[in-house]
Design a protein around this ligand. Sequence first.
Ligand code: NAP
Length: 277
Amino acid sequence: MSELFGIIGNPIAHSLSPLLQNEAYQLNEIDAYFQAFHVEHEDVETAIKGMKAIGIKGFMVTVPYKAKVIPFLDEVDAIALKKGAVNIVQLIDGKYVGYNFDGEAWLQGLLEDMNRQSLHEESILILGAGGAALSIYHTLSQYGELRIDIANRTIERANALKEVGGDHKYTNVLSLEEAESMQYQYDVIVQTTSIGMWPDIDQSPIHITKLKKDAFVSDIIYNPAETKILKQARQNGARTQNGMKMLALQNALSIEKWTGRKVNYQQMMASLHKALS
Ligand code: NAP
């Protein structure tokens, strides 16, 4: 019998994960189907119980339920617990176990596009302090010698994020205005707010005017493919990256976890380009 996997969120109609996953199953001859499930806020617990009852072996979790699902899972991996957010759930020995791969997927994509094996003494600026920023900060904090500054509209949220990262030695919390004026200090800037996402494509958390030589600017938004901040960064000579690779890598990682099969995420990138062009 075919396996069923899925994703829960609200709204969910825009999710590209069903396209990526079902294409990957076909190409890799995996006998499975992936379904998006729109779940209302008050129904999250019931939805999870229902998925277990009908034998769903794994599901992804997206906005706004990455934190909300935690009390309804049987176990949560220590890293996801620390990040306070789950984005992939796997059924193991009858128990739903939650994981968070946002940060790892982003970092893998960054290193690939920077053509690097690792990060060493870079100065990194994270714009935003929401769920995705938290996961990225936590992942980056494993590299002790990095300077990782956080800029956010709500300063208290950025301070809270600094705590979660294990009080990384070299972190300053900044306003978005301060970050804008200090932009030339950073080797890597990662934009994790929802500003600039379609349809608000003329907005940007900071204006890019003067970057450090050889700076790399990453925006985890993938629609549009080039946000305003990425366009300004490119025009100012930076190498840039959007959120497509992070999304594709997350989907590839989830398939590997659920089925033990490694799939080629480049194929997913091609599908994303096609779907969004
Ligand atoms: P979240 O937890 O809701 O955080 C949103 C962040 O955006 C916060 O830092 C918030 O600042 C900031 N923000 C929102 N509106 C703002 C405004 N008008 N002015 C200033 N700051 C504003 O969301 P998330 O889960 O981290 O996701 C953030 C973005 O990343 C979304 O666009 C999502 O689609 C994308 N994402 C992409 C991937 C991928 O695979 N490519 C994965 C995860 C997320 P405050 O704290 O001040 O409210």
